[in-house]
Design a protein around this ligand. Structure first.
Ligand code: NAD
Ligand code: WQD
Length: 349
């Protein structure tokens, strides 16, 4: 036990549940707040099974200020990792109010409760989606922001709010200023190596990797490859896929950074969490076929609206300031996805 308590919003979800494992294994006391709108409590049962350690779970909505205030009073967290949010791009275009209410208003309530409880260390799940289109496919943190859908804009708005909060500390100095890490994830895939926890999308997946996995296991019949006429090495879209376990380790390093003298009091800094190299859709299919021995049935379809040809991280700042870089390979990502999928063909039931 390192005597520090981390409150994890959205901790029952895909990335949050993997983060809980790393936090428990690093000796943190873990408090999860999740409304289970996109997850099941079974994920947390399995986190405790994997680690042999227990955590506290509150089924609550981050927009419920009274509930959150009571949880903060009872648990006295030192740091918050804020994963809770809705994340489907298409749904955000259909229901923008839902996304702004849940993601932006939810974060406002969370930060108000944090201010009142004097808990001022925050690690936030941002996204590469906040970046605008760029002529250079390798994104550094200083690239212009310009999200193109309500989901991405909700993340960009939250980043603005968090930057404003830390700037306000400079105008009226306080004894405990904010320290905030904005972690901009690229494309998280994979699962814990135990195969006990993983990504459990509702309905038909929107994202490539869970879709491929469900074709491989026979739940879906055919993958549509969205475009083969992009200016990339094989014509299909290139993304920076990152193993979810590598990703959550970045959060542990971010907490260490926030606790160090090197991270200035009152700072709010963005970090790309990606591998720094991309794979095409066809390369992902090939890797999946190699690892599983299955043939992935696919057809070439028209481009999907809003997709970039190529997008990958420059993760140098995370290496320099968080001492973090990816360790896992594409084979690891595919092997662990397949292990989870075959052990849990219906997800958490
Ligand atoms: P997820 O849906 O699996 O997990 C999010 C969790 O938050 C769920 O358990 C859900 O029930 C909970 N939640 C949502 N709204 C809530 C609310 N108002 N109050 C309490 N709990 C609430 O998603 P994930 O893939 O684990 O993503 C975690 C975070 O990372 C999200 O903020 C997402 O936007 C961000 N992110 C994800 C990706 C990705 O590709 N998975 C990429 C970049 C950023
Ligand atoms: C990857 C590649 C598709 C599905 C999304 C969100 C982003 C972030 C991560 C949260 C692209 C192609 C996909 C399919 C395909 N989430 N593809 N057939 O679009 O890079 O990012 O998830 O922050 O906000 O937009 O990921 O997995 O959907 O697509 O050909 O059925 O696979 O065109 O080239 P994306 P993805």
């Amino acid at each position: 036990m390192n005597n520090k308590t981390v409150l994890v919003t959205g901790g029952a979800g895909y990335i949050g549940s993997h983060a809980c494992i790393e936090l428990l294994q690093a000796g943190f006391k873990v408090v999860v707040v999740d409304n289970l709108s996109n997850s099941k409590p079974e994920s947390l049962t399995r986190v405790q099974q994997i680690t042999g350690k227990s955590l506290s779970f509150y089924q609550a909505d981050i927009r419920d200020k009274q509930a959150l205030t009571e949880i903060f009073a009872k648990e006295s967290p030192d740091t918050v990792i804020h994963f809770a949010g809705l994340k489907a791009v298409g749904e955000s275009c259909e229901q923008p109010q839902l996304y702004y209410h849940n993601n932006v208003y939810g974060t406002l309530v969370l930060t108000e409760v944090m201010s009142q409880a004097n808990v001022k260390q925050l690690v936030f799940s941002s996204s590469a989606t906040v970046y605008g289109e760029s002529s250079c496919p390798q994104y550094t943190e200083d690239f212009a922001l310009g999200a193109i859908n309500p989901y991405g804009r909700s993340k960009a708005m939250i980043e603005d709010i968090l930057r404003d909060l830390s700037a306000a500390d400079k105008i009226s100095p306080t004894e405990s200023p904010w320290k905030i890490a904005l972690l901009r994830y690229f494309n998280p895939i994979g699962a814990h190596e135990s195969g006990l926890i993983g990504e459990d999308p509702n309905g038909i997946p929107n994202n490539l990797m869970p879709y491929v996995a469900q074709v491989a296991i026979g739940k879906l019949t055919q993958l549509s490859v969205f475009g083969d006429d992009y200016p990339t090495r094989d014509g299909t879209g290139i993304r920076d896929y990152i193993h979810v376990v590598d990703l959550v380790k970045g959060h542990i390093n971010a907490i260490a950074a926030l606790n160090s003298e090197k991270f200035a009091a009152g700072a709010c800094k963005a970090y790309n969490l990606g591998a720094g190299r991309g794979y095409s859709v066809l390369e992902i299919i090939n890797a999946f076929e190699k690892v599983t021995g299955k043939t992935i049935n696919y057809k070439i379809s028209p481009r999907r609206a809003g997709d970039l040809a190529e997008c990958f991280a420059n993760p140098d700042l995370a290496l320099k300031e968080l001492d973090w870089k990816v360790e896992k390979t594409l084979d690891d990502m595919v092997t662990d996805t397949w292990n989870w999928q075959t052990k849990n063909p219906q997800g958490y039931i």
